[in-house]
Design a protein around this ligand. Structure first.
Ligand code: BJ8
Length: 449
């Protein structure tokens, strides 16, 4: 039995889930499942061990966490076993699983075809050398980690998905799909890079093409009713997340930035309905904690907004540095934060065509740095900084992500003009720069006094 799996089970605080795990399959069955999925068991176990260390030192070590976080801890611990088995079981009943890499891919359309979306992005340094054997070093770590998980045969999801949906956002991603297409059937959505009428028309057609593709893969027709149901499910998930993040606006912080990030990261991995219900339960506890003034940071802690690149599960680096330097992350303007949960799809529609249009409209409100101009994103950050009463903004740029790196210039000018202190951090997934990063964060926090 792999050491790392024993660790995850011990970590688990969710009694129901442990029982479920024990009942559903023994650990040797998971090994059997991984073998059947073609994983390299030794490497996969090493990966789990590396995640174990990160999780233990960054997430589990926090004190005074909400009790209902147990479900989300459990979701991390079963991400490579029970959750994968759940998907394998769904497939054995004829259901399809669809991989995604970007929040521009409309989950509503996937659900409407009776399929399950699951994010395939990598957040770990461990898999990067497997991509660097093929790619140059100077490529974004998110891309290398994702590709490395596949090339190193460590991702249990890649062999499960029936199709993966990529997009034309940044150059690195769109060329990566050509390599991934040798491992999994790919469909690529063309995301426009402007938001003019001609771009809206293109995007609307792309959403319809995605619908056709989903129907072809699942052999199920997407109807007004099934799409409405898909929209309802994802809206419920986004609303629950909005409420969770709203609870960080007040002076009493009932949840840490790390835990809020963890929950939002899991929105892209977990079953949508189940996840929404669990976030609603978490929100009930957080409301109670806020009322009783149960806070995870002292009231004098500086309030930080993190803006920029997405942070995939196990990438908690910046939040950890900020929150172990005496400040609190109170808001994330990232695709694992605000950009994911903001804006619902308008459910009022006369027919399928109008509902598809509403889906397209909602997604074009995501202000990724791949758009030009992208003033809306700058406005969002200033607006969020005010609403969350932040003391300063940290721009988070993954190394070699040119979009967020260059957009940081405009962002810095605008925030300085608005009187909001700002710090740009460019980093990767490794721990090599932890020391200098901590020094810069501490110096920034001192400036906020
Ligand atoms: S909507 S942010 S999830 S593309 S992979 S752009 S970090 S160089 S992930 Fe993204 Fe969709 Fe936009 Fe959001 Fe930069 Fe790396 Fe590219 Fe990245």
């Amino acid at each position: 039995m792999p050491h790392s799996l024993i660790f995850w089970l011990r970590q688990s605080r969710c009694v129901d889930c442990i029982d479920l795990l024990r009942e559903e399959a023994s650990l040797s069955n998971y090994e059997e499942m991984w073998k059947k999925l073609g994983l390299d068991l030794t490497r996969h176990d090493e990966l789990l061990e590396s995640l174990e260390g990160t999780y233990e030192s960054i997430i589990a070590s926090q004190r005074n966490r909400p009790k209902t976080m147990a479900y989300f801890d459990e979701s991390v611990s079963v991400a490579h076993c029970a959750r994968v088995k759940e998907l394998v079981d769904r497939k054995s009943k004829g259901e399809k699983v669809i991989g995604t890499f970007c929040i521009y891919v409309p989950e509503e359309v996937i659900l409407a075809a009776g399929a399950t979306p699951v994010a395939l992005c990598g957040g770990t340094q461990f898999s990067i050398p497997y991509a660097e054997a093929m790619l140059p070093r100077d490529i974004c770590p998110l891309i290398k980690s994702t590709l490395g998980l596949g090339l190193g045969r460590m991702c249990p999801y890649l062999p499960v998905v029936d199709m993966a949906v990529g997009e034309t956002t940044c150059d690195g991603k769109k060329k990566t799909w050509e390599i991934l297409a040798t491992m999994v059937p790919m469909h690529v959505m063309e995301v426009p890079h402007k938001k003019e009428q001609i771009d809206r028309e293109l995007w609307s057609k792309e959403v319809r093409l995605m619908k056709d593709k989903m129907e072809a893969v699942t052999h199920r027709e997407i109807t007004f009713d099934t799409l409405k149901q898909g929209v309802g499910t994802v809206n419920r998930k986004r609303e629950a997340l909005t409420q969770l993040h709203d609870l960080r606006k007040g002076p009493v912080l009932p949840i840490s930035g790390k835990d809020a990030l963890l929950v939002t990261q899991l929105a892209l991995l977990d079953d949508s309905e189940r996840f929404a219900g669990k976030v609603e339960k978490l929100n009930e506890e957080l409301e109670e904690r806020a009322k009783k003034k149960v806070e995870v940071f002292p009231p004098e802690a500086k309030r930080i907004l993190v803006a920029g690149c997405p942070m995939v599960v196990s990438n908690w680096k910046i939040h950890h540095l900020v929150e172990t330097s005496g400040a609190a992350v109170v808001c994330d303007e990232t695709c694992t934060g605000f950009r994911y949960y903001a804006n619902s799809v308008e459910e009022n529609a006369a027919d399928l065509d109008e509902l598809l249009e509403n889906v397209a409209d909602r997604y074009l409100k995501v202000n990724c740095s791949c758009f030009t101009p992208n003033q809306e994103r700058v406005d969002d950050v200033i607006d969020l900084a005010k609403k969350y009463s932040v003391d300063g903004v940290i721009q988070y740029v993954l190394q070699y992500c040119h979009g967020y790196n260059i957009e940081a210039v405009k962002m810095e000018h605008a925030l300085k003009k608005a009187g909001i202190p700002i710090l740009k951090l460019e980093t990767d997934y490794s721990e090599e720069d932890i020391g200098p990063l901590r020094t810069r964060i501490e110096a920034f926090l001192e400036r906020l006094d």
